[in-house]
Design a protein around this ligand. Structure first.
Ligand SMILES: Nc1nc2c(ncn2[C@@H]2O[C@H](COP(=O)(O)OP(=O)(O)O)[C@@H](O)[C@H]2O)c(=O)[nH]1
Ligand SMILES: [Mg+2]
Length: 335
């Protein structure tokens, strides 16, 4: 196998192999396929934390303090900083990496940034693969940081066990979080910069929003016994100061509590199933799109169909159905 040397080194926890493999899977989806195929059986040990928040909320400071706390517990940590808004790796994230450099020299911290370079199969796919590599590299904890709140964060966080959203007093970022659907997947709300005042007002705001959401859920599920039996996690809220580290002990307990909740309720297996589903969807979307594109540009029948659509003896929907038949997908559906 082409990459077996690198993969063996990864399994032996060599840092350079991890870095090289992440670059490979980021840039080449065929390489990604081979690499993941070889290492998949070694994955599944890392706990994945998703962290997001608007620029300036203090994510980098917060994560640095979090790293410090987890290092004290003897953990090996991987950090993937994802910037869906940036076409290249650099800018703010580069500055962050320099600031986080105080941890670089440590063997137990691996920091990597990823930007939206139009990866085949998408940034979420590349991030998923990077997570698996760091998992095999032996990270106990993998922190995935994204900037801002948007749909791409929601996709990227499908692989996180615990999702943390950072808010600061006074900004309208909470509203933005609801709009983007982040609220639905948040497990812990962190009000950073508690020293600046107004943090309690923010906590009250979030409680109010959560209550609205819960009432809505209750009303829409009132008649459903199935829903009544599903245990739900009530999101936790904590105020912290990321500069001094105040209340990080409370936060760490909350993360621990959430992990226990996932494991004790068995929700973790639902979570894994959903993760496999959404990940496979990402891969399928890419593979099928590519297959269709290849077909559209190489198959002679396509020209005939286009002519027919022009003559109005065929419409685009019918043409799409014909192409699906050509792909042979529909035929195999009765398995
Ligand atoms: N007062 C105060 N400032 C903070 C706190 N956390 C971060 N900051 C400051 O907020 C600014 C933005 O922080 P940064 O970590 O770069 O935010 P990011 O853009 O979300 O990564 C910096 O000047 C930090 O020093 C905090 O808890 N209290
Ligand atoms: Mg930052």
């Amino acid at each position: 196998m082409q990459y077996s040397d690198l993969i063996n080194k990864l399994i032996q926890k060599e840092t350079r192999a991890a870095a090289r493999l992440i670059t490979l899977v980021e840039n080449d989806i065929n390489a990604a396929e081979q690499v993941i195929n070889s290492i998949y059986k070694y994955t599944g040990n890392a706990y994945i934390l998703g962290i997001t928040g608007a620029p300036g909320t203090g994510k980098s400071t917060f994560i640095s303090t979090l790293i410090k706390n987890f290092l004290e517990k003897g953990k090996k940590i991987g950090i993937i900083c994802v910037d869906p808004t940036s076409p290249i790796t650099g800018g703010a994230l580069l500055g962050d990496r320099i600031r986080m450099k105080q941890y670089f020299s440590l063997d137990n911290v691996f920091i990597r940034s990823m930007a939206n370079r139009g990866q085949l199969g998408g940034l979420a796919r590349a991030t998923e693969d990077a997570i698996k590599i760091l998992d095999v590299y032996g990270c106990d904890l993998i922190i995935v940081e994204t900037v801002g709140v948007g749909q791409s964060e929601v996709d990227i966080f499908k692989s996180a066990h615990t999702v943390i959203v950072l808010l600061v007093p006074g900004l309208g970022d909470a509203i933005q979080a609801i709009k983007a659907g982040i609220m639905e997947i948040t497990d812990i709300f962190v009000i950073n910069k508690m020293d600046l005042g107004g943090a309690d007002k923010k906590v009250a705001e979030i409680i109010q929003m959560l209550e609205l959401k819960m009432n809505y859920k209750y009303e829409s599920q009132e008649n459903s016994e199935i829903y009544a039996k599903i245990e739900q996690w009530t999101p936790e809220i904590v105020k912290v100061n990321s500069i001094t580290g105040e209340n990080f002990n409370i936060l760490l307990d909350m993360i621990n509590k959430h992990e226990k909740f996932l494991k004790n309720t068995g929700i973790i297996s639902n979570y894994l199933k959903n993760r496999i589903k959404s990940e496979t969807m990402q891969i399928l979307k890419h593979k099928l799109t590519k297959k269709v594109e290849d077909l559209l540009y190489s198959n002679k029948n396509i020209e005939n169909y286009i002519d027919k659509v022009m003559e109005k003896s065929l419409d685009p929907y019918s043409m799409a159905n014909l192409i699906i038949e050509m792909l042979g997908i529909e035929k195999k559906r009765d398995f």
